[in-house]
Design a protein around this ligand. Sequence first.
Ligand code: F6R
Length: 366
Amino acid sequence: EKGGYAHFMLKEIHEQPQALRDTLRGRLSPDGRRVTLPEVGLTPEEVRRLRKVALVACGTASHAGLVGRYLIERLAGIPVEWDVASEYRYRDPMLGPDSLFVAISQSGETADTLAALREARAKGAKVLAIVNVVGSSIAREADWALHTWAGPEIAVASTKAYTTQLVAVTLLAVWLGQAAGRLDEDGAARILAALRDLPAQAEQVLAQEAEVQRVASDLARHDDVFFIGRGLDYAVALEGQLKLKEISYIHAEAYPAGELKHGTLALITKGVPVVALSTQPALAPKTLSNIQEVRARGAAVIAVALEGDEQVPRHADTVFTIPRTDPLVAPALAVIPLQLLAYYAAVLRGHDVDRPRNLAKSVTVE
Ligand code: F6R
């Protein structure tokens, strides 16, 4: 049942190229210049009238939502608010008929996400679910369901559900951008070409597994690890630190790279591992100076950078590379070494990788 893999998590990490292909299938026009999402029932007129999009989810799905925020604001020009579902209701969210509420959930049964969705409905918002399990509560209670086709995810730690959620929010952002008249076909075509290449590129990243495993054996000896990045790299840093915490039980924290010097830099001392993401060319010089900052304090820098980057390798102890792609699509590649890092650190520490302590696959209590 594990298809020859030691754990479901490792199997699911390796299923990502196929899951990404399945989630893309039928959603790009044959000429690669438009997204087709017949399941989303908004008319172009309604999209143009939207005053906000709310992205709400828990855990890993919320990290996909954070990526969605960047993409929708960039491509569709609609203000986006982003919250974890367990907090959302407590600030009495302002939603109405000109809001699109998007719940993101693998299981479709997460109690907090479902409760937030119900509240959005009660306030008259249009409700879309990005969901993996067909027929789940969240899929049924939304106006429309945009399915990720990750297939069953058994391991508690989410991997292929997350990367397919990234594809889904990217498709949604392009679709909204086109419907709103903000994104022309050439602009869309560039992103869609990157999505098309994504499954094969994910395979290339997976090929660095042995190297990640070697680095993990080092990392497994530490008790505190920091993850830093800017923009979309920060969103990926959040996901990387959650993966590490939940299965290896190593304390990990993610920071926007520029925020370090506002307090956390005090914790960076000799030998502390810092995982630094730099996959966004527009932000690379600033991230590089943050890498130098932690390096100067003795941090052991594990970087994730673009192939051909000449700067980052000079300042990092280890570099995992991802193929060049559209910056908006990079998160789905950048997360893969972090998933493997968490996996191997957990295995080396002797933990039950697929069933971490205290956690359930589907959280049906608030
Ligand atoms: C972490 C993880 C959780 C879930 C969260 C939401 O690896 O799997 O953080 O992402 O519990 O679950 P769903 O997506 O089912 O709503």
